[in-house]
Design a protein around this ligand. Sequence first.
Ligand code: NAI
Ligand code: MG
Length: 356
Amino acid sequence: MARTHRIAVLPGDGIGKETVPEGLRVLDAAARRFGFNLELKHFDWSCETYKETGRMMPEDGLDQLRTSDSVFLGAVGWPGVPDHISLWGLLIPMRRGFDQYISLRPCKLMPGTRTPLAGRTPADIDFIVVRENTEGEYSSSGGRMFPGTPREFVTQDSVFTRVGCDRVMKYAFELAMTRKRRKVTSATKSNGITFTMPYWDERFAEMAAQYPGITTDQFHIDILCAHFVQHPDWFDVVVGSNLFGDILSDLGPAVAGSIGIAPSANINPERAHPSMFEPVHGSAPDIAGKNICNPIGQIWSGAMMLEHLGEAAAAAAILDAIERLLAEGGPRTRDLGGQASTQDVGRALAEAVAQG
Ligand code: NAI
Ligand code: MG
């Protein structure tokens, strides 16, 4: 019996409606070639849903998604609906409700694309940011006292649990074991933040001791940002808390080049809940509806989804097709200096995956 993976498909808003069909086209080609089934369930939740119903998704939305193995998402957000409503109405409930405590962003310079860093080639930029996605600096512990008086003050607590630190670090080390360079870098700030960050460093040292085959180093977040720009070739797997990981996971794809090709994953490694795969970019209202957006970020996110679902060969075939298309001057969209439509790129990649 062929393997079957159940996928919840949410195109969302704007160019998500254009990139997701191309992502599905390539996933379908991979499923045929590698002999597995994808059982798709489509959801049209978006900012339009919000305008009609006052909610981004139905009250039992998470339960409707829960029966799927993974969620394949386009982008969420549209002018006229405040971004915090679309974010907190759909994406954040999914990340929290499904305990997607790992956020993954590969930062890989693809052949035939340009990095803003002068003189760098694909050999220099190939690392991945692992961000803790549920606790740390983004907590709801804190408050405001004596509002409106001279004694007014606010606090916001950071929450670093042993479980939370250990599980994200373990994920980073396990990931490094699967990569050539076998290196993990930790983002810290233990010189300025004197309780939580020394604790983070302590947990990192303890985890590192369990992986003698992995090289490690650590940098304070400020100089680490500078190193991303000046020495991207130093990095392999980079692990950070929620805040530091957030910063690095925008900086990383930026040094690797075009936003149109950057993928991401929000993962629950235990598979107790669905994981979610989406491009780094948003709904791009400025180019939506014109069929000119780049679908590669979406398609690459699909490859990450297949990897998570245990279809490593199919995932590798998609990534290989992307690299070949970019290196060999295949169709490219305007953001990469070409004239191709979104569908031209999707079709070319589906064909490449089908033929191997
Ligand atoms: P954006 O990523 O949508 O667009 C930024 C710029 O990059 C635009 O000029 C756009 O045309 C270009 N761009 C983005 N994706 C592209 C692609 N695939 N091909 C070619 N060009 C591309 O970010 P922006 O404009 O800040 O946000 C627009 C909306 O998207 C907002 O409502 C925002 O909240 C939402 N958003 C949603 C995200 C998500 O669903 N995870 C992530 C980021 C933004
Ligand atoms: Mg961010």
